[in-house]
Ligand binder design. Structure first.
Ligand code: CR1
Length: 737
């Protein structure tokens, strides 16, 4: 229900109503948002594919900044109902956890089969979120599972003595989809998280198999009818789960079942960060899913036997590729299981796919060869990230191109190249940018009380706060700039390009160093913004509660956005694509999809700096050996923070120590001088408005490659082997499925 902001007022504008709508914040960062763009593209390209996920009651927390520190507030997004979902009372499945195993002889065939029973049985209830394709009758769907006690659960059947236990069981069932784990690129080994992963997998496979069985085809047809893409390792238990269903429930032979499994699954890896790779203690898996652990052991044994046959005596290879990591505790390596159970494995940008071939999965390549490993560079939906987020730019483009066909074929945007130096068009283009910057400036004023000029260079870094993304390096460079400005003669200061540095992003609640970065940004913001001596040449803003809705306001308003991860650490990035599509230039490292963006829009239209991925390991080694001193520019900045320029000395010590006492793992010092030099170049260039406008236009004009339509067609053609079929996926089809 919509409640007017002030009692007695009426809704005057559609915008006010839209503002009341809450984001379905059911993911952490780029991984989930990528999937959202892919479902949009599936539908818009008439491809028969769905997304599956969990309907968490509490999505990503809301971020408030109190005294400069992040605090987390629960996101009870369903409080006022969710008008976009269809509860499917007819779609429920049971999911078992824990329990025991025994053998049972089939009285008819005499065959012995493994039975898993007992334990906790929970019900998965489906909620559909239909996703209409653009300019087609095709309707995509995201089916989200909500957990509840299974149908045999009935409070009244419990006598007084069991009442407490009954309520506990109900709570335990509901707990499974209660809350999203708020860690981006970081694994947390909690039993409830593993329960969530299996719950998603078990419900989804039952749903897929139900639909397959309606077609009355033999099991050997399953991989021809069904393709399942594992979006990172989180749903990897689907591999042993399908094997279990085929062997234990459908009574197929092991080898026949395994052939079906490995022709059905494909796996996308989204990160190489060691702390993000899922490793589960074997005892935990065994306790929660006893039959699955048996099956995983068998899968692994048969796989290792094949490897041993091809490489006799190569014990190191077996250790490297095993799905079980020996040690205490013994751990299940989800990425290895995903590789073993899939026909194709892909990374999400060219560099990332190269890195997984040469590092993470190098040992698998020796056995499988190169063919199993491929690349599908990520993409973004032009419908949401240009047309919807930036309606004025969309309109300007359509008016010049004589239509809106570009919205389904971004190749059409290339015609804008011819207008890049057209003065009139440049003016109209930069006018839209100015309008978008005014909108963001208004938001900043209304929400934070900070005045920023839309004529200043808007320099934006919005993404999850993480050491590898180096927001820390950004704020240190801001301090460096502040010192420079303060040291300037008045005439020099007058010439300086005014800059507004905007940050946004959430830190995982338990990520202490990331939270200190937010505190440092807030402290620098308070100091710099109130220092009149620099004549508004620098403003620093931390925008609280970065989410998709805010992204739609921020992204169209950038002059520069920063994507400055240590080379080799950001698998792809997708906000980089969103900014460039909206005519924002990039300051970035030679990492992830930045590289391919540079190839497409031309090296002159992107600001690259920093070391290359291939040199990172050597530089880290150098650091560990104590062979490198911190660059003097950075020393001065660190010193000023230590001395209390931004509040009580000591507060930031653990953060600063990552550069000094630590080994500067993310190579801030190594990249720092090149980074500030690029910023200087940018500030100079920004003075030439026409040259800047031409670059901005060329950015948008050459982004065709990064449409999620292109990505999804690559998955369809090269991995799933499916074709567009406009009549197969209609709204009726969803309701009948
Ligand atoms: C990566 O960090 C990438 C998205 C989508 C993230 C980011 O660079 O753009 O995936 N990885 O592919 C991730 O969340 C768990 O891994």
């Amino acid at each position: 229900m919509f409640i007017p902001k002030e009692p007695g007022t009426l809704v005057s504008a559609m915008e006010d109503l839209i503002d009341e709508e809450r984001d379905a914040a059911l993911g952490n960062g780029g991984l989930g948002r990528l999937a959202a763009c892919y479902v949009d593209s599936l539908a818009s390209c008439d491809l028969p594919g769905w997304g599956y996920g969990l309907r968490y009651n509490y999505g990503m927390f809301q971020q408030r900044i109190v005294d400069g520190y992040q605090t987390e507030v629960p996101d009870y997004w369903l409080n006022s109902g969710n008008p976009w979902e269809l509860p499917r009372v007819d779609k429920t499945y049971n999911v078992r956890f824990f329990g025991g195993l025994h053998d049972e002889k089939d009285p008819e065939t005499g065959k012995v089969k493994r039975v898993w029973d007992g334990g906790q049985v929970v019900q998965a209830a489906a909620y559909d979120v239909p996703i209409p394709g653009y300019d087609t009758t095709t309707m995509g769907n995201i089916r989200l599972w909500s957990s509840r006690p299974n149908s045999s659960f009935d409070l009244s059947s419990f006598n007084e003595g069991n009442y407490n236990q009954a309520v506990e069981e109900k709570k335990s069932a509901e707990n499974i989809t209660s809350i999203l784990y708020p860690n981006d690129n970081h694994m947390v080994g909690k039993e409830l998280r593993l329960k969530q992963e299996y719950f998603l997998v078990a419900a989804t496979l039952q749903d897929i198999i139900y639909r397959f069985k309606k077609g009355k085809k033999p099991w050997c047809e399953f991989p021809n009818q069904v393709a399942i893409q594992l979006n990172d390792t989180h749903p990897t238990l689907a591999i042993p789960e399908l094997q279990r269903i085929l062997v234990d429930e459908e009574c197929l032979e092991w080898d026949e079942a395994w052939d079906i499994v490995t022709r059905t699954f494909a796996f996308t890896n989204h990160t190489v960060l060691p702390e993000a790779l899922e490793r589960w203690p074997v005892d935990l898996v065994k306790h929660l899913l006893p039959r699955h652990m048996e099956i995983i052991y068998a899968i692994n044994l048969f796989f290792l036997q094949k490897v041993e046959k091809q490489f006799p005596g190569d014990r190191d290879l077996l250790v490297q590729v095993s799905a079980i990591e020996e040690g205490s505790p013994q751990c299940l390596r989800m990425a290895s299981l995903a590789v073993i159970g899939s026909h194709t494995v892909n990374g999400v940008a060219a560099l990332h796919s190269h890195l997984i071939r040469t590092t993470l999965f190098q040992h698998f390549i020796r056995y499988y060869g190169e063919e199993k490993f491929t690349n599908v560079t990520n993409g973004i939906s032009p419908r949401r990230w240009l047309h919807q987020a930036n309606p004025n730019l969309s309109q300007l483009i359509s008016s010049k191109l004589g239509g809106i066909e570009w919205i389904k074929d971004m190749e059409k945007l290339r015609a804008l190249n011819d207008l890049a130096t057209d003065k009139e068009f440049q003016e109209a283009w930069m006018d839209v940018k100015l309008h978008n910057k005014m909108r963001l400036a208004g938001y900043i004023k209304n929400n934070l009380g900070i005045e920023v000029s839309p004529d200043a260079l808007f320099d934006i870094q919005v993404k999850r706060i993480h050491e590898y993304k180096r927001q820390f390096m950004n704020i240190l460079s801001v301090i460096h700039r502040y010192h420079e400005l303060k040291a300037m003669e008045p005439s020099e200061l007058d010439e300086a390009t005014p800059r507004v540095v905007i940050f946004g992003g959430k830190a995982a609640p338990g990520y202490y160093i990331a939270k200190l970065v937010i505190k440092l940004i807030s402290s620098v913001s308070a100091k710099v913004n109130s220092d009149c001596s620099i004549k508004n040449k620098l403003k620093v803003v931390f925008l609280p509660d970065y989410n998709v809705s805010l992204a739609e306001v921020i992204i169209p308003a950038s002059d520069i956005s920063q994507h400055i991860s240590t080379a080799g650490t950001e698998a792809s990035g997708t906000s980089n694509m969103k900014f460039v599509l909206n005519g924002g230039l990039i300051l970035g490292t030679v990492d992830g999809a930045n590289i391919e963006i540079g190839e497409e829009i031309g090296k002159d239209n992107i600001f690259f700096f920093g070391v290359l991925a291939q040199d990172v390991e050597d530089l880290r080694h150098h650091n560990r050996m104590g062979k490198s001193a911190m660059v003097s520019s950075l020393c001065a900045v660190v010193q000023s923070v230590r001395e209390g320029e931004y509040g009580t000395p000591g507060v930031f010590a653990p953060l600063l120590d990552t550069l000094t006492i630590g080994t500067d793992y993310y190579l801030v010092s190594v990249d720092f001088d090149a980074y500030i030099e690029k910023q200087r170049e940018i500030e100079e260039l920004y003075k030439d408005k026409s040259c800047w406008a031409a670059k901005s236009i060329r950015c948008t004009a050459n982004m065709a490659k990064f449409s999620s339509d292109r990505s999804i067609r690559e998955y369809a053609e090269r991995i799933w082997n499916i074709e567009p079929c406009p009549l197969a996926a209609t709204p009726e089809a969803i309701l009948n499925d």
